[in-house]
Design a protein around this ligand. Structure first.
Ligand code: NIG
Ligand code: FE
Length: 418
C-alpha cells in the first residue's frame, strides 16, 4: 500500500461518464487530502481527518501541500511517423493553404514516403522519444493513429510500433487504424479502388491481429467524401472497430452528421461543423474532441467550444500531434489556448483533458478521474492551486508522474541530475 499525504489540493475531477454542460465546471476538489493506492489502483482518498499508522504502508509520499490530479489523457495524436515537414511549415507561413500542399502530393503524402522508408526500429525510436515527452507533460494515456503507410505493410508497421511501446514504456497507448487518411499516389483518381483495398485486404488483417481498437477516417475536402467515409466506417463497425471521424476540419462535408448517424465514439476537429452537425453529435452522445493546437498552427478560427458546452455536448481536448497541421505536444500551450481563445474555463479545460478525454477513448471506467477502483495514474503539480496550470502559462508545472501508483517521472530529479 502507498500513502500520499499532505496533498494541498486533490483535484479528483470525479465520475466515470463524460461531463456535459455545467458538470464540466465541477472538479470535486478536496483540500488537505490523502490518497491510498493498493494493487496499482486508487483504494481510498479523502480529507486528512484521521491519523494513519504509517507502518501499515510500504511507501509514504509527501506531496508537500501541492496539487494532485489524474494523469492527462490525450485522445487524438499521430505520434508514429518519420521525416519532417518544416519546409511546408514555411510555405504555410507564406499563406499557402494546408490542403493545397496535400493536393500537390506533399502534406500527409510526404510523411507517408518517409514512414514507408523508415525501418521499424527507427520508427520505434522516433515514436518512443515523443511518448517520453508526453509523459513529461503529464500524459499517462495517449491515442495514436496509423495513416502514414496507406499500404498494408506500413500501416501494420505503425500499429506494431504502438503495440510495442504500449508493452515496454510507462504510458498506455490506445491504437486507431486510419488507413483512410489520404488517397495514396498509386490510387490517384481511384479512391474507390483504394477503399476496396482497405476494406478487403487491410482492415480484416488489422482486426485479426488485434492491432487497433478504433477506426478513424479523414472525412473532408481533399480526403474522403461523406459517402466514402460512410462505406469505410460501416465496414469497420462490422469488423468490431469503434469509430472516430476527423470531421469538418477544412470544409463542412456533413461529417459531424455522419459521426452521429454511425454512433461514433467521437468526432474530431469540428472547426467548420454546422448547427445541424452539432445537434447530431448531441443526439447521439458523440464526444467532440477539439484540437486548439491545430487551429493555432493552421491559423484557423478555433472550434466553438462554448456553443458545444451550452448544447451539452461532452467536449474533450487533444494535441493532434502530427508533422503537418500540429507539430506540438505542448499540454501547457493547449490549456492556455483553450482558456484564452476558446473561452473555456480552467475547470472545463481540465475536465476536457481528463475524464472527457478518457471517455473519448471509451476508458471512462478505468482512467481520467480519481475514483476508488480506478487506475492510479496521478500527477503532482508544482503549485498550490490548479489555476496555476493556466496562470503560469506556457510552463510545464508537472513535477511527478505516477503510473499505476509507481513513480515513473520526476521532473525535479531530471533537472538535478544534470
Ligand atoms: O488531424 N487532418 C488530418 N490529419 C491530421 C494531419 C496529418 C498531417 O498533416 O500529417 C490532422 O490535422
Ligand atoms: Fe488528426
Amino acid at each position: 500500500m502507498i500513502l500520499f499525504k499532505n496533498i494541498g489540493q486533490l483535484v479528483t475531477v470525479g465520475g466515470r461518464k463524460p461531463k456535459t454542460g455545467l458538470e464540466m465546471k465541477e472538479l470535486n476538489i478536496i483540500n488537505d487530502a490523502y490518497l491510498i493506492v493498493e494493487n496499482e489502483q486508487i483504494s481510498d482518498f479523502g480529507r486528512k481527518s484521521k491519523e494513519f499508522d504509517e507502518s501499515d504502508f510500504e511507501k509514504i509520499i509527501d506531496v508537500e501541500g501541492k496539487v494532485m490530479m489524474p494523469g492527462f489523457v490525450d485522445p487524438h495524436t499521430h505520434f508514429v511517423f518519420a521525416g519532417d515537414r518544416s519546409q511546408e511549415f514555411k510555405m504555410r507561413l507564406k499563406g499557402i493553404p494546408y490542403i493545397d500542399i496535400l493536393k500537390k502530393g506533399g502534406g500527409i503524402l510526404s510523411t507517408v514516403k518517409a514512414t514507408r522508408k523508415s525501418s521499424k526500429r527507427k520508427l520505434y525510436d522516433l515514436s518512443q522519444k515523443r511518448v517520453e515527452k508526453f509523459l513529461s507533460y503529464g500524459v499517462t494515456t495517449v491515442e495514436g493513429k496509423s495513416g502514414y503507410g496507406l499500404d498494408k505493410k506500413t500501416e501494420i508497421k505503425q500499429l506494431e510500433v504502438m503495440k510495442e511501446i504500449n508493452e515496454k514504456e510507462n504510458i498506455d497507448i490506445i491504437s486507431t487504424f486510419m488507413g483512410a487518411h489520404a488517397v495514396p499516389k498509386n490510387y490517384k483518381n481511384n479512391s474507390s479502388g483504394y477503399i476496396d483495398y482497405l476494406i478487403e485486404e487491410v482492415m480484416p488483417e488489422v482486426s485479426k491481429k488485434k492491432l487497433a481498437e478504433f477506426c478513424d477516417v479523414f472525412c473532408d475536402e481533399g480526403a474522403f467524401s461523406y459517402q466514402e467515409s460512410k462505406k469505410i466506417l460501416k465496414a469497420a463497425k462490422e469488423l468490431g472497430f469503434k469509430l472516430k471521424i476527423h470531421a469538418d476540419e477544412i470544409k463542412n462535408t456533413k461529417a459531424s452528421q455522419l459521426a452521429g448517424k454511425l454512433n461514433a465514439v467521437s468526432a474530431e476537429h469540428l472547426l467548420k461543423a454546422s448547427d445541424k452537425g452539432l445537434t447530431s453529435l448531441k443526439e447521439n452522445n458523440v464526444i467532440a474532441v477539439l484540437l486548439p493546437l491545430t487551429a493555432f498552427s493552421l491559423q484557423e478560427k478555433y472550434a466553438d467550444a462554448r456553443k458545444m458546452i451550452e448544447m451539452k455536448i461532452p467536449v474533450a481536448l487533444a494535441t493532434d500531434l502530427n508533422p503537418g497541421s500540429s507539430y506540438s505536444q505542448s499540454i501547457p500551450l493547449l490549456l492556455s489556448l483553450a482558456v484564452m481563445y476558446m473561452n473555456m474555463s480552467p475547470e472545463e479545460a481540465i475536465s476536457a483533458l481528463t475524464i472527457n478525454a478518457a471517455c473519448a477513448l471509451d476508458k471512462g471506467d478505468d482512467i481520467g478521474s480519481i475514483e476508488k477502483g480506478k487506475r492510479a495514474d496521478l500527477l503532482v503539480i508544482d503549485a498550490p492551486h490548479y489555476n496555476h496550470l493556466f496562470y503560469n502559462f506556457g510552463v510545464n508545472l508537472v513535477e511527478k508522474v505516477f503510473k499505476n501508483g509507481n513513480l515513473v517521472l520526476d521532473n525535479n530529479l531530471t533537472k538535478r541530475k544534470i
